[in-house]
Design a protein around this ligand. Structure first.
Ligand SMILES: Nc1ncnc2c1ncn2[C@@H]1O[C@H](COP(=O)(O)OP(=O)(O)OP(=O)(O)O)[C@@H](O)[C@H]1O
Length: 254
């Protein structure tokens, strides 16, 4: 695949939620593309619809309208076997890493789950789990620990190892470092940067921290009330915001 090809595209995504008799549109009309090897940031104030976009792309919530293309294939309504194939190409890292693991299973079981499901032997799965742990800065003995026996930062490293197990092309990070303290946040960002370089991964990076966005992202989308307010490089967005909303957003966090 060439560098500049779009690996992920969303066209006119919309999501309305109905609670009781009321309907609320969280995402009005979002279109963007993610290129191979690119880090695309999504910023915006709380409630602007960032997580809802991530959940639609990863099929955790169904879009009300619009289309999602992964490697030029329309995956909007993928189900069953097709969905499992999509999860081999695209993985998600959440804000609270413990959510990625079953509290009754070891981290090793969680990291190796998709490998076992792919028919890989127990022994080979264990080997790969240990390698993934090392890649993510944890020793192999972490495979035998339960989620409650590790720190938040260690659990997030294990969650990254779990996401990497299937060798995905796209990682969707939804506030993946927000719950961690600054030092651990820095370590996780360094890990993500290393993985990006070594594995040609593409990232959708949802984050409210503009300093991290500036450091890590090639391009940024600013979301406001369910639509794209503006799009540009981190420098363009931070140094020369085009709209008053973006200007205020930057002023409020810098
Ligand atoms: N399942 C749901 N049912 C009803 N409303 C929802 C649901 N999920 C999200 N919303 C609403 O949709 C809007 C967008 O939520 P979303 O989580 O996408 O925002 P966000 O930009 O990710 O916010 P934050 O930065 O605080 O995580 C919010 O007003 C939220 O209350």
């Amino acid at each position: 695949m060439t560098e500049n090809k779009n690996i992920l595209e969303v066209h006119h995504l919309k999501k309305s939620f109905t609670t009781g008799k009321k309907s609320f549109t969280a995402v009005e009309d979002i279109s963007f593309s993610l290129k191979t090897g690119e880090v695309l940031g999504i910023v915006g104030e709380s409630g602007s619809g960032k997580s809802t976009v991530a959940k639609m792309i990863t099929h955790l919530t169904e879009p009300t309208a619009g289309e999602i293309f992964l490697m030029e294939k329309d995956i909007t309504h993928a189900r069953g076997k097709n969905l499992r194939e999509i999860y081999r190409e695209m993985q998600m890292i959440f804000q609270t890493p413990a959510e990625s693991f079953d509290p009754r299973c070891t981290l090793g079981d969680g990291i190796g789950e998709s490998l076992r499901n792919m028919g890989i032997s127990k022994k080979e799965t264990r080997n790969r789990v240990e390698k993934l742990l090392l890649t993510c800065g944890l020793t192999p003995e972490y495979a035998d620990r339960y989620p409650h026996q590790v720190s938040g930062g260690e659990c997030q490293r294990a969650a990254i190892a779990r996401a990497l197990a299937v060798e995905p092309r796209v990682l969707i990070c939804d506030e993946a470092t927000s719950a961690l303290d600054v030092t651990v946040q820095k370590q996780i960002m360094e890990l993500l940067q290393k993985l990006k370089k070594e594995n040609q991964l593409s990232f959708l990076f949802i984050c409210h921290d503009l300093a991290l966005v500036q450091l890590f992202c090639d391009r940024v989308i600013v979301m406001h009330d369910g639509h794209v307010e503006e799009e540009g490089t981190p420098e363009e967005i931070i140094e020369h915001p085009k709209t008053e909303y973006t200007e205020q957003l930057i002023r409020s966090v810098l």
